[in-house]
Write a protein that binds this ligand. Structure first.
Ligand code: AGP
Length: 610
């Protein structure tokens, strides 16, 4: 979950590149940060507990000069969030940054201790620095020592290392954790993720497991762990550098909420024909769906909620049974999977350890695999037989917003695709469905105009300590997602329930101190049933925030405290609209409370531990 970065070159100030890059990786962890820069043949290391701004203050006082360096932003795993555990870790002239886990670190630590190495941190990373130093003491040059050390390490990791003995190269490797290297003119970079290098260059190489990259000022060499040369493709990234900036918004989350109409257009772009009603996916072969009798969707958090809605869409349009599994549970319950099962891994980052492991488990049990992800060439994408990229652009706010709505759109198009493939919907029907999808960006634009009204609403409600979200039908997972958004950024306890479940327990919680968000767009059966829930809540004096597309309906007059009016829209796309005001509500409640919206406590954007 940490972010690592490296730079070598004389085109810019190393320290500026590291600090700018780290600010774009901070979403991966923000417990502590640090950099090492080699200045006049000697490493200068700066570390700080807490946010990057603290490190900045330290560096501003004694800014190091030099043409190569590495940086790190940490989400604590081994050892608490403290200055001593912050990376880089050093041994002699070797400095190391690391994302991941060294599983055999205790054995290695004991061996190194016997040789007299002293440990100053509680991390697993420190063994890597001592190991490389020890191997160079044995006479190996930096490159060979690094490779020999990488060979000894077990676990999942991305590592970058520099050495005072050879201050003209940065060496990096990866196994199961992401790492890219990027080519500039007389300068080269490495990073955990693309946004970190976007302001500087666009040509990147996605390293593969076991690759070792040796970056010098004017070259990048890639070898396997034994030093044999390997060839990797250079890919040009078409993300706009601005897409990873706040662009005048106070928080990334708000920017990303407002980006949803554009992001959704990008998800749909080039993937349909309005004339024939056909849907296309560039990285999916239709043979993947041959003989598919059932689908299992695997995901965590927000992506899990998107999958619950995807189930509705696929079952309705394609009549294929879909089960949705919490990825962290899937592997531990002997799932029934065969070659007629399609496993769909859904993940914004494409890196979530639980989802990635669940996908591999399904694969091992014979399933065909497909992923829905936002990150090109991510682990989950690479491990799947087919991939649908959501093209939402970088999502930096820890609370997922545009990643969610674009996942829903990807599911919607997949449902149309499967519906046509399995002949469950006609050409005419799919043309209409595509028309409905095309109306979504405009409907979200209308919904976003509620921003000021929701801000006022937040001012009235931010002091409550508990919230209940209730929804029905295709909108019932929106209750889960609305509640998750609120709790993760405002730290208010919130529960999401299928509205019909209320009377089976949660109703006991309702009194005048409990705001209840009833999600009831449209006028179908789900809406009519929710009116019943409204009466039950009112009878117990609960405070009602009612999300509806018919604010003048006589049944709600005088029965609700607040109305959120969303535009009327086709039922199957309604969750993509209903979630937007709930994202805004969570955001404004959090800002009223003064919590850290983009980097809420204890969380990280990418969860690479199980
Ligand atoms: C969403 O707001 C969360 N921060 C979190 O639940 C997230 O959706 C989950 O960790 C899964 O991440 P992924 O989509 O990158 O796999």
């Amino acid at each position: 979950m940490c972010g690592i970065l490296g730079y070598i070159g004389d085109q810019r100030k190393t320290v500026d590149v590291l600090m700018k890059g780290l600010s774009r990786l901070e979403y991966r962890g923000y417990d502590s940060s640090g950099i090492a820069v080699i200045e006049d043949g000697k490493s200068r290391v700066f570390k700080s507990k807490g946010k990057l701004s603290k490190l900045k203050t330290k560096i501003n006082k004694h800014s190091p000069k030099g043409t190569l360096g590495i940086g790190h932003t940490r989400w604590a795993t081994h050892g608490d969030a403290s200055q001593k555990n912050a990376h880089p870790h050093i041994s002699g002239g070797t400095s190391v940054v690391h994302n991941g886990i060294v599983e055999n670190y205790l054995d290695l630590k004991n061996e190194l201790k016997k040789k007299g190495y002293k440990f100053y941190s509680d991390t697993d990373t420190e063994v890597i620095a001592h190991l490389i130093e020890d191997l160079s003491e044995d006479g190996l040059d930096f490159e060979d020592a690094a490779r020999a050390a990488f060979k000894k390490i077990e676990g999942s990791f991305a590592i970058a290392v520099i050495s005072d003995k050879e201050p003209d190269k940065v060496i990096a490797t990866r196994r199961f954790s992401p790492l890219i290297v990027a080519k500039g003119d007389n300068e080269n970079y490495l990073a955990s993720d693309v946004p970190a290098i976007l302001p500087f260059c666009k040509d990147v190489i996605y390293l593969e497991d076991g690759d070792v990259a040796i970056l010098e000022k004017d070259s990048i060499r890639i070898t396997d762990i034994d030093g044999n040369k390997v060839k990797r493709k250079v890919q040009s990234i078409n993300w706009d550098p601005i897409s990873a900036e706040k662009c005048g918004y106070r928080h990334y989350m708000m920017k990303e909420i407002f980006e949803q109409p554009r992001a959704i257009l990008d998800t749909m772009r080039g993937r349909f024909s309005e004339e024939t009603g056909e849907v296309f996916f560039e990285d999916v072969d239709p043979s993947l769906f041959k003989n598919v009798k059932r689908i299992v969707a695997l995901a965590c958090g927000t992506s899990y909620h998107a999958s619950l809605i995807g189930k509705y869409m696929i079952e309705k349009f394609a009549k294929i049974s879909v089960e949705v599994d919490i990825a962290s549970e899937f592997r531990y319950r002997k799932p029934i999977i065969d070659k007629n099962t399609l496993a769909i891994a859904v993940s914004q980052s494409g890196e979530t350890a639980d989802t990635s492991e669940a996908l591999l488990e399904a694969k091992e049990r014979g399933a065909k695999t497909l992923s829905i992800t936002n990150v090109m060439m991510s682990k989950i994408a690479r491990d799947s037989d087919g991939v649908i990229y959501t093209h939402a652009g970088p999502e930096i706010g820890v609370a997922s917003t545009k990643a969610f709505t674009t996942q829903l759109v990807a599911f919607y198009f997949l449902a149309i695709y499967l519906g046509r493939l399995k002949k469950q919907i006609t050409k005419k029907e799919s043309i209409q469905m595509i028309k409905d999808a095309l109306s979504i960006p405009q409907l979200i634009e209308i919904t976003l105009k509620l921003d000021n009204q929701i801000k006022d609403l937040a001012k009235e409600f931010f002091t409550y300590r508990n919230f209940l979200y209730l929804g029905r039908g295709i909108n019932h997972p929106i209750a889960f997602e609305g509640a998750l958004k609120l709790k993760e950024i405002s730290y208010i306890h919130a529960e999401g329930y299928a509205a019909g479940e209320m009377k089976h327990g949660p109703i006991a919680l309702i009194d005048e101190n409990m705001p209840i968000v009833l999600i009831a767009p449209g006028d179908g059966i789900a809406y009519k049933k929710i009116l019943g829930n409204l009466q039950e809540v009112r009878a117990r004096k609960g405070k009602v925030i009612f999300l509806t597309s018919d604010p003048h309906a006589p049944e709600i007059q005088g029965n609700v405290d607040k109305i959120i009016e969303v535009p009327d829209c086709p039922y199957m796309v309604s969750p993509i609209i209903s979630i937007v005001p709930l994202q805004l509500l969570a955001y404004h409640i959090a800002t009223c409370k003064g919590t850290d919206v983009d980097q809420p406590r204890n969380l990280a954007k990418v969860v690479t531990v199980e």
